[in-house]
Design a protein around this ligand. Sequence first.
Ligand code: UFG
Length: 334
Amino acid sequence: MNILVTGGAGFIGSHTCISLLESGYSVIVADNFCNSESKILEKVMEITGKRVITYEIDVTNEEQVNSIFKNHQLEAVIHFAGYKAVGESVNKPLDYYYNNILSTLVIARACQMYSVNKIVFSSSATVYGDQNSPFVEDMNLLPTTNPYGETKAMSERILMDMCVSDSRFSVALLRYFNPVGAHSSGLIGEEPRGIPNNLMPYITKVAKGELENLNIFGDNYSTVDGTGVRDYIHVMDLAKGHVAALQNKKNGAHVYNLGTGYGTSVLEMVKAFEEVNNINIPYKIVDKRSGDIGVCYADVTKASRELNWEAQQNIRDMCRDAWRYEKYRSSVKV
Ligand code: UFG
């Protein structure tokens, strides 16, 4: 069974390719490598011992996308391709709307034209906006504070409307919480360009000595120790969530939170990283980052009930694997 994975060389995409190949699917990746590298897919093949067919195309290009649908009998599409930097989206809203919305439209239209009835879409917990956790799938969505979040909410809506108009479709809209960690081989992981925005890649750079200290954004939230709380999920658990969503054939559009259901504060994460890897992480408390909310974690009962999927790995596993990958990465100067 052929699965088209758009953005398959990215952080979550590449780990999902591993889970798909290990579950017996054939994987076809469409990626323009604008925020990734083709050698990641070589690592995926090395880890699994299986082949990945790759198309270096832009998923906003309808003609190129359609040619993949013509060349291969596809079972489903997992659509990851998109820009994902929250801060950048505020400065480049048109790029974000153009790229993220158009790619969803091109994929959805191709699926309709070629009768590929299963789509799994990469959404984000950011669509919930600033509400009280735990976030439940049927909550009203609030406008997010950034264009990136809006593109996710709009793409969800486009796919939901498609399902209303065409009952053949089965669409899973997966709202990710905070994916971190790396494949346990240490061969692939997160590769942010420049200074990382997200917590875990920042911590690993401090651990390596490339950055002097971690800046903790605020310590007076109403949380266990005042620092922000998030629902971190191991990227391999998240990858397996995609396979579970793919195997669920229920018609219509269905939303699922993919998280662990547990919140961890920034200081708890730092402490776990220090303990597991035996490295000191110096930090400073600085001002809150604009747009941040205090607490964000998932209600995960729906995914457990309907997809028979639950995250298995804990914070310590995430810290161990993130650091293993960072060490590998510096040893081969990726
Ligand atoms: N943080 C720091 N210092 C840093 C980086 C982060 O203290 O250098 C804190 C943040 O304030 C927050 C927590 O660590 O409390 C997690 O921050 P991240 O930047 O790692 O993640 P976010 O929760 O802000 O955002 C992530 C993704 C978004 C996605 C969102 C969904 O990056 O794309 O989760 O909830 F939309």
